[in-house]
Structures are given as C-alpha cells and as structure tokens.
Design a protein around this ligand. Structure first.
Ligand code: SF4
Ligand SMILES: [Zn+2]
Length: 114
C-alpha cells in the first residue's frame, strides 16, 4: 500500500467528517462558525478512533465497518450527524461527498481504487 495515498485518504475522511460536523452544528446548535464544545469533542473522538483504527492499511470507511469501535453513545451521535449532514454534503462539498459515497460502496478507503 502506498503510504502517501493512504495518508491522504485518511486526511480526506477526517475532512469529510469535519465538514459534516460543521453542517450539523450550524443547524442544530446555531454556531456561527467552527463547532460547539459538544461537536468538537465528538470530532476529536472520531479522529482519535481513526488514528487508532485496528484495520490500519485495510481500514474501511467507518460507516461500513463490521466491528465499529465507537462507544455506543458516540456512535449514536455520529449517526445523527451523518444522517443530517450526509445529503447536504452533496450540495456544499460535492466532490468530497461523492468520493466518500464511492468509498462507502467499496467498503475501503485504502484500496487505491476509488
Ligand atoms: S469504526 Fe471501524 S473503521 Fe472506523 S476507526 Fe473504528 S474500527 Fe476503524
Ligand atoms: Zn455543535
């Protein structure tokens, strides 16, 4: 696996989650910019999970993960964010949204094919 390619995919996955959190936070917590404390904590938790992912090179996108390492409460929060922000990503960040969708279909972000 090309290390640089994997790193850029992980960075893109984080960026996608960050943008989704922003869309959700703006709508639900009325933040004018950035994230509220709760959403910041969720984002940093998600980033930490990605950094410690046991799949390493074979990491799937989290939404397609068979084990899902998130604590139940965090998983539920992330699900709410995805449910709300997912469709809106296509309007605001179409390229990221399409890439994330493709990776979700293949199940992997590190296979070099998406
Ligand atoms: S949910 Fe799955 S893919 Fe995502 S970080 Fe946890 S183990 Fe890795
Ligand atoms: Zn928020």
């Amino acid at each position: 696996m090309d290390f640089k390619k994997r790193e850029s995919r992980l960075r893109r996955e984080k960026e996608t989650i960050r943008k989704m959190a922003r869309i959700f936070c703006k709508a639900h917590h009325k933040t004018k910019e950035g994230l509220c404390e709760e959403c910041r904590a969720l984002l940093s938790y998600a980033f930490e999970r990605i950094d410690r992912c046991p799949y390493q090179e074979e990491k799937p996108v989290c939404s397609a993960c068979p084990i899902h390492c998130y604590a139940p409460a965090m998983r539920e929060k992330v699900r709410q964010v995805m449910r709300y922000a997912g469709p809106r990503m296509f309007l605001r960040h179409p390229i990221l949204a399409v890439l994330h969708l493709l990776e979700g279909r293949t199940g992997k972000i590190g296979n070099g094919k998406a």
